[in-house]
Design a binder for this molecule. Structure first.
Ligand SMILES: Cc1ncc(COP(=O)(O)O)c(C=O)c1O
Length: 482
């Protein structure tokens, strides 16, 4: 990575010029960065105006109406160069859009794809849009800590499969060894797609990004681990197995025609900041997280998960604590931290997950460590048996393809009475957004139990009944084995 103090920033420059320009706009956005001409109401002047002040569109804002400045294209090229990819597309629909776009462009109806069952709900959505047939694979689960520790090449049967889709890093921060999976795929000309939503920073650490390890298509959320605005993500490709035009079909199918230059420029600005800084900030926070893991593991009952304990690579910026031996739950620790003004990324019975980023420094990490130590002492109880999350261990009974089930005629049943039926919809504890039940899968008593248990401590999302008491099942099933 270059540490030059100058780095080209085409989109940031164009955005800054648009913001400074006193244009007489007769096009979108309709608010024209103001409400009325001058004598605004107090609400319009005090609330609306500051809220919309930076809302600059790409078309007719940062670029002209015919995109003669090519500012987005140039920023995408520079991002691709920075992460050793051949082609990149900026997204304002998050990695959700990237996963749906990647799957919809790489696979097709009735084509087999090997896919990690712990994938985010957006990958399941991509199976509906593409019509591909999933051959589900499960990551290895750590026997003591109950968390996923990567997909092993030995667990993937690529016979007749066109692509492999894995998630790395996992939500808990564990990293799959992508290189052997890339070899496995490339031996038969299959495509390796990696959902690296949580690892945008890994592309800026030598040898850690999925492309650097041979992945063909990779999606990252710039807003999760880096400093992009909410919703920003990038999908990129490397090598010749997928054409840029093929990936672009999927991106364009799923993208708005009115993207915000403000969101897009924050992706460009993030790259520029990382390159100008030459990796110093990433190194600083990486060291702070190492220190934090050591300090937190010294608290009786707290285990800060790291490579040594898990036997796989771990995201250097994820702080995942395993807490059954403190006697309390991760959820209770998370709630107490929230009440003290510290939001954690996720918490369940056994774990608390915290996302450190380049926005942090040793001081903010040290404050977090002190708060966790104090909260654990305030909640300490008799050590209890672990209760690992069901999310990581779903072994579905697949009856229909996700697409067939999604488009099937539906009827609604109480969840418990639906045992034996085929679901048309997802039930996702959120976070982490991995479905316990997905379209095409049989409703079993184990799944119903898992939904009920998870629903007591977290939001059950993406099911049509927000109370998760009922489910829409396939009205008429013509069973066919997949
Ligand atoms: C593994 C994974 N992939 C994709 C996504 C979707 O990302 P986004 O929120 O950027 O759409 C998430 C969201 O949490 C995720 O955890």
């Amino acid at each position: 990575m270059s540490d030059a103090s100058w780095v080209d920033a085409p989109l940031v420059d164009a955005w800054s010029q648009a913001r400074a320009r006193a244009a007489h706009s007769m096009q979108i956005p309709g608010h024209k960065m103001r409400y009325g001409r001058s004598a605004e109401t107090p609400f319009a002047a005090g609330v609306l105006a500051p809220l919309i002040r930076d809302d600059i569109p790409l078309q007719g804002g940062a670029d002209d109406n015919v995109f003669s400045g090519r500012v987005l294209e140039r920023a995408e090229e520079l991002w691709a160069q920075a992460i050793a990819a051949d082609h990149a597309r900026f997204l304002v629909g998050g990695s959700t859009q990237g996963n749906i776009a990647a799957l919809t462009s790489v696979v097709a109806p009735n084509v087999t794809i090997c896919i990690d069952r712990t994938s985010h709900r957006s990958a399941h959505a991509g199976l509906v849009t593409s019509g591909a047939t999933p051959r589900w694979i499960l990551p290895r689960i750590h026997p003591d800590f109950g968390v996923p520790i990567g997909v092993g090449a030995d667990s993937v049967d690529m016979t007749d499969a066109y692509a492999l889709f894995v998630t790395s890093p996992a939500y808990v921060g564990t990293i799959t060894d992508v290189a052997p999976l890339a070899d496995l795929c490339h031996r038969q000309q299959a495509v390796l797609i990696v959902d690296q939503a949580w690892g945008a920073h890994l592309d800026f650490l030598p040898g850690m990004g999925a492309h650097a390890n041979g992945a063909d298509v990779v999606t990252t959320s710039v807003h999760k681990a880096l400093t992009g605005y909410s919703q920003t993500a990038v999908t990129s490709l490397r090598g010749g197995r997928v054409l840029p035009s093929t990936l672009s079909h999927g991106v364009d199918l799923t993208a708005t025609t009115s993207p915000s230059a403000t969101l897009l420029a924050s992706i460009d600005a993030t790259r520029v900041a990382l390159q100008r800084d030459g990796g110093r900030q990433l190194a600083l926070v990486t060291e702070a997280v190492c220190d934090a893991r050591r300090t937190l593991s010294a608290i009786p009952g707290v285990v800060a998960l790291d490579e040594g304990l898990l036997g796989c690579s771990v995201d250097p910026l994820k702080l995942t604590l395993w807490v059954p031996n403190t006697g309390t739950t991760g959820a209770a620790i998370g709630a107490e931290l929230w009440s003290r003004g510290i939001g954690v990324e996720a918490a369940d019975a056994d774990t608390v997950i915290m996302t450190v980023s380049i926005a942090d420094d040793p001081g903010t990490v040290a404050e977090l460590v002190a708060a966790v130590a104090s909260v654990v002492e305030s909640l300490r109880d008799t050590p209890r048996k672990p209760a690992p999350a069901a999310t990581w261990q779903v072994e579905p009974e697949v009856v229909l393809s996700p697409r067939d089930a999604y488009f099937a005629h539906r009827r609604r049943l109480p969840l418990r009475e639906a045992v034996g039926q085929v679901s048309t919809e997802q039930f996702c504890p959120y976070p982490p957004g991995v479905p316990l039940l997905a379209p095409g899968e049989r409703v079993t008593s184990e799944v119903v139990e898992a939904i009920e248990v998870a629903g007591r401590s977290t939001r059950m999302a993406y099911c049509s009944d927000p109370t998760a008491q009922t489910v829409e099942v396939v009205a008429e099933v013509t069973e066919r084995s997949l």
